[in-house]
Design a protein around this ligand. Structure first.
Ligand SMILES: O=P(O)(O)OC[C@H]1O[C@](O)(CO)[C@@H](O)[C@@H]1O
Length: 543
């Protein structure tokens, strides 16, 4: 970036702001909230508690122009091969476009196949929800277990939890479980409780080669075979496969009639809009799933068509760049003030860190600046009693996103719940205020002992959803997807590959051969050799 005039201007501007405090920015400008918030239903985005000025925003826009953000947004939505290292487009947005939009891939109109797959999801969901799908002994399905990991787990799990009690979902007595961990910790106790006659497994894997998923799938198949030895019957009545690799699903034994498909041009962590989102349709009904897609589509349109001052993904992305590269803040916390969003921080940590946790540019050169910050988080009210101490008085600078719905429980008969929502919002606003302004919120802080001081100046944004609904959740997730894209454009990295996770998988399969005695320890580092020898000895002693 050394040769970038906007980058240099931002560095200089950051130097000028170095001694500023968010408190003084508010003191100098009472209209700060008016200037630095965007209200665009279903989301209000307040970034007035960031350490920035109107000049900062102008300079960030200049940087985005210089990095050709408009052209790159157009390329993303044109189906160009923006995933350069894998030479393919990233078209997750096409999964939420109305069929009438006619999206093309390699010259073919993909709107019809996308719509047809969505109809297939609807059909499967209806059959299972209505009790028509029967297990091997003729009983209706009561429990569905989604086996998948990463993008084949987190999106559906996060959404099912987030939307469970929404008023506009179609309730079902079906119990949906999520299993991801390769060590069997989730699956083993679950199988102890479930009834093989009434349990259906969804095997969710874009590649259908992920060992975590295949090992859990093998355990599930064995468990079913203990109850019914007719393998074909078990496979056809207890397994649905979801993948971009139809032949691999078939080779595993899933009949074609039980397969849902999606496409190579959908990245794993961008795949909850595809048939990977099937558990969402199952749990909440197809209407809710379609609303989720509609909310995301609404954000796609905003990203493409809205002037930057009102463009939420552009603002969120550029503010992140400002904090990472010019404020030198390398940790970012996601803090939902709504327990239903419990899995949102984990979901976003994959989305952001697997996308932008890179250190080479698209041309393969090492970057000379920070890229994706470490992103973590927790349900805000609980985190207040855990890690907020560090946010308020630690030595790390941390930026935060506070997320909350404006409305909750308004149709509930128990008035105490409404008060609980008020309490959660009050805490949300109090914490972001204290983090930004510090002890200056007090009428007189001059006599405080040092251990009671709050330096403040921790920047944050607040994202208020009108209400947590499938539509607003879809918009929220698409907002973060496009935020990631904006940042990747500024940093000139490819957000759609994940080569950094590949070698570890290969080494693990080699190491398994070591543990199983099929490979010699020669040439391994002393730590690995020592650990393997220790385990093998322990097994010998206990056999
Ligand atoms: O859906 P699959 O192919 O099983 O992959 C699961 C996850 O594994 C990863 O490839 C990382 O290992 C993620 O990108 C992906 O979401």
């Amino acid at each position: 970036m050394q040769d970038s005039p906007s980058w240099s201007a931002l560095l200089e501007h950051a130097d000028q702001l170095a001694s500023s405090h968010i408190y003084s920015l508010f003191e100098q400008d009472q209209a700060r909230f008016e200037k630095f918030h965007v209200s665009s239903s279903p989301i209000l985005f307040d970034y007035s508690k960031q350490l920035l000025t109107e000049q900062t925003v102008e300079l960030l826009f200049k940087l985005a122009e210089e990095k050709k953000l408009p052209e790159r947004i157009a390329a993303l939505f044109s189906g160009a091969h923006v995933n350069t290292s894998e030479d393919r487009p990233a078209m997750h947005w096409a999964l939420r476009s109305p069929a009438t939009d006619h999206t093309f891939y390699n010259g073919d109109d993909i709107s019809q196949p996308v719509a047809a797959e969505l109809d297939k999801i609807a059909g499967f969901a209806e059959i299972i929800r209505s009790g028509q799908w029967r297990g091997f002994s003729g009983y209706a399905i009561t429990d569905v277990v989604n086996i998948g990991v990463g993008g084949s787990d987190l999106g559906p799990m996060m959404s099912c939890m987030a939307l469970e009690d929404c008023i506009d979902v179609e309730p079902t007595p079906l119990r949906i479980h999520f299993v991801s961990s390769m060590d069997g910790t989730q699956l083993s106790p679950l199988l102890d409780k479930l009834n093989p006659h009434t349990t259906l497994f969804i095997l969710s894997s874009k590649s259908f080669t992920t060992i975590d998923t295949l090992s859990n799938a093998a355990t599930a198949l064995n468990w079913l075979n203990q109850a019914c030895s007719e393998k074909e019957k078990v496979l056809s009545s207890h397994f649905i496969g979801i993948s971009a690799q139809q032949d691999k699903m078939s080779a595993w034994g899933i009949p074609e009639s039980n397969q849902l498909y999606f496409w190579d041009w959908v990245g794993g962590r961008y795949s909850m809009w595809s048939s990977i989102g099937f558990p969402i349709a199952l749990k909440l009904g197809i209407r809710a799933f379609r609303q989720l897609l509609a909310g995301a589509h609404c954000m796609d349109k905003q990203f493409q068509n809205t002037p930057w001052k009102q463009n939420l993904p552009v603002l969120l992305g550029l503010i992140g760049v400002w904090n990472s590269n010019f404020q030198k803040i390398n940790t970012h916390a996601i803090l939902p003030y709504d327990g239903r969003l419990k899995y949102l921080p984990t979901y976003l940590s994959q989305l952001e860190m697997e996308s932008n946790g890179k250190s080479v540019t698209r041309a393969g050169q090492s970057v000379a600046f920070k890229t994706c910050p470490i992103l973590w988080g927790e349900v805000g009210p609980n985190a207040q009693h855990a890690f907020y101490q560090l946010l308020h008085q630690g030595t790390e600078r941390v930026s935060c996103d506070f997320i909350a719905p404006a409305m909750r429980y308004h149709e509930h008969t128990n008035p105490s719940l409404t008060q609980q929502h008020e309490l959660a919002l009050a805490n949300c606003f109090a914490q972001s205020r204290l983090l930004a302004l510090g002890e200056r919120v007090l009428p007189d802080s001059s006599s405080l002992p040092s251990y009671k001081r709050y330096p403040g100046n921790q920047p944050s944004s607040t994202i208020i959803l009108d209400e947590l609904t499938p539509f607003s959740l879809g918009a929220l997730i698409a907002l973060y997807e496009h935020k990631v894209f904006v940042q990747s454009v500024i940093w000139d990295i490819n957000p759609f590959d994940q080569w950094g996770v590949e070698l570890g998988k290969k080494l693990a399969s080699d190491t398994l051969e070591l543990l199983q005695g099929h490979r010699s320890l020669e040439g391994y580092d002393p730590s690995t050799s020592g650990l393997v020898a220790h385990i093998v000895n322990a097994w010998k002693q206990n056999s």
